[in-house]
Every structure is written in C-alpha cells, then in structure tokens.
Design a protein around this ligand. Structure first.
Ligand code: BDR
Ligand code: CA
Length: 324
C-alpha cells in the first residue's frame, strides 16, 4: 500500500478550510493542524479545527492554537464569507477534543526540526508560519516545501490587487515568500476555475452521512450568496492528493507588496517572459520570451495555472462518500 504523504496544515477554518480538511483526513497523513486567526477569530478557528478532527474520525490528530492577530496590520476578518463563527449558518458546541498543549509555532518548529519529508500546507494568513521561521530560522532548510492558498496571478478578491489571506498579513507573507523555502501557490487565478453551485450542494446533501451533511449545510451558506463558490482551500490541497488536477503550473518570481497605496497584499508575479500576443490569454502558459528583463529575479514560487474541474468534483464527491 502506498504511504500517505505527511503534512501539517496551518489554517483558519473557515468553510473552505473545513472542506480541505475533509479531503486531507482521508488522503494524507495529517501530523497536526495549527490554527491561525483569519476568516474569524482564533477562538473559533481552533474550535472548528478540533471539531473537524472529531467528525472526520481523526481525534488523534493534534490541534494547536497560534496567533490571532497579524504581525503589523489591522485585524481583518471575513464574516461576510464564512459567518461570524466561521461555519456559515452552522452552529456547533465546543468539541470534547481538547487543544494540544503549547503554542502552534513551537509545535511547528518541533515537527519540522525532528521530521523529514513533511509538507507544510498553509490555508490562512501566513502569521504562524512567518513567526515560526523568525523564531527558528533553520526551518528555512528544514521545511521541504510549502503548499499555500494565497495571492493571485491576476485580480484579488479583498481588493482589486490583493487576495484575502495575503491581505490580512502581508508582512508575514513577505517573510515566507522570501524565505527560500520552495513554495507552490494556489491563487485566485486558479481557484476561480472551480465552481460549486446549489445543485452540487444538493448532490452533497443526498450522500447522507454526517460529514457530507455538515458540508452541505456550510456550502449552502457559501453558494447561497451568489449561486456559486470556489472552495479555494480545497482546490489547494488536491495538488498533494491528486496532482493531475493542477494541469499546468509555472515557476516565476513572486514578491509580496507591503507598502502600496492600492496594492498592499498583492502577490506581484513576474510574468514578463509569458506576455503573449493573444488578447484572450494575455499570460501565455508557455514561455514566449527569455530576456534579461530589468531587475528580473530567479523564480521562487510555482504558481498553479490550470485546473481540472470535473476531476476535482469527482474527488470531492467520492471522498465525501468515503465518510460512511
Ligand atoms: C482564502 O481566504 C479565506 O476566506 C478562505 O478560507 C481562503 O483561504 C480565499 O481568498
Ligand atoms: Ca482559509
């Protein structure tokens, strides 16, 4: 039997974080979940993470609480997209499962200093990850790769330029993106290629187990708002579960804007070697030029570009069915 890939998941559940956890618990070896404040306050994100381990039948997976607030900027939440408790209209009571002892960043440091071949999955603002790197700089050599949901190769969602996770804590994102740790980035340019609508929600509801019922309840809130949702975090973890769902990716240099008047939190992707003549596809998916463009830096990020939506949808439905 093939060994499952080892991961630690830093997240801010959050509806799509919960959907990502459902996928990870069935297909990956989740060593720990660390919670960060983001979509909602840490008080709820750590609670929701504990709840997920319980309903997904993984109470042995430890959950640790990290930072609630970003490193420098003002605290920003996304209650409009996730509800004030992070689960849409679903209310839950405090799970029996207790929080793991210690601060999430100390646990991240322990895990990565003492284990090889563990991928760090980051599905929220990068506060915990950056603080861990600052506290233990040897993590730069110890973390083999980070797969993160954040940023965009094109437009943002929280502002014209910035995606929510990066917008919330751009300084943290800058530390992580400049760390030298190999990064695979799933940005909004990719997740917009996914669409889960109310018909899909009904199909999920018809599966009829505890996990799928919970998913349907949450997704009704997400898809109900404008008829569809993208499940950004779930689109991200599939890169580790079934890599073929990410049909195309490009290695480019990505900087994080921390100062711009209009662009704070933007992931500035250097597409200059990919600028094409086709007006319908301004960013080509193959190199069209190899110039020594002014100030061009070495690629530091593998950016996801093309998504196999039917394959993703099948994986999602099949996985939800696996819950009983
Ligand atoms: C990201 O922001 C959060 O609202 C979601 O959980 C996802 O991680 C999408 O911009
Ligand atoms: Ca998230």
């Amino acid at each position: 039997m093939e060994l499952k890939k080892k991961v630690v998941i830093d997240c801010d559940p959050g509806i799509d974080d919960c959907m990502a956890l459902m996928l990870c618990f069935k297909h990956l070896d989740v060593m720990a979940v660390t919670a960060v404040g983001g979509n909602t306050a840490l008080e709820y994100t750590q609670r929701n993470a504990r709840y997920m381990t319980e309903i997904c039948g993984k109470p042995e997976v430890p959950v640790y609480a990290g930072y609630d607030q970003p490193m420098f900027g003002k605290t920003v939440r996304a209650a409009y997209a996730h509800g004030s408790g992070g689960l849409g209209n679903v209310t839950i009571s405090d799970p029996e499962k207790k929080l793991g002892e210690g601060h999430a960043i100390d646990r991240l440091i322990d895990i990565f200093m003492n284990n090889d071949d563990v991928t760090l999955v980051a599905l929220g603002p990068l506060t915990n990850v950056a603080q861990a790197i600052l506290k233990e700089p040897r993590l730069k050599e110890r973390i083999p790769e980070i797969v993160c949901m954040g940023g965009s190769g094109t437009a943002g969602n929280f502002s014209a330029a910035a995606e929510f996770n990066i917008y919330v804590d751009p300084e943290a994102a800058k530390i992580v993106f400049e760390s030298g740790i190999p990064i695979r980035m799933v940005g909004l340019n990719l997740t917009r290629q996914n669409r889960i609508d109310l018909k899909d929600v009904e199909e999920i509801r018809s599966i009829g187990n505890k996990v799928s019922d919970f998913a349907a309840e949450m997704l009704e809130f997400s898809a109900g708002a404008d008829g569809r949702c993208s499940l950004c975090d779930a689109c991200t973890v599939v890169w580790l579960i079934d890599p073929e769902i990410i049909k195309k990716s490009l290695h480019v240099h990505v900087d994080v804007e921390t100062k711009g008047e209009f662009t704070r939190g933007m992931t500035v992707c250097d597409w200059r070697e990919y600028m094409d003549m086709d007006p319908k596809q301004d960013i080509a998916h193959e190199k069209v030029a190899e110039h020594p463009f002014a100030g061009m830096k070495e690629p530091n990020v593998e950016v996801a570009m093309e998504f196999d939506q039917p394959r993703f949808r099948k994986l999602l439905m099949d996985t939800l069915r696996m819950y009983g």
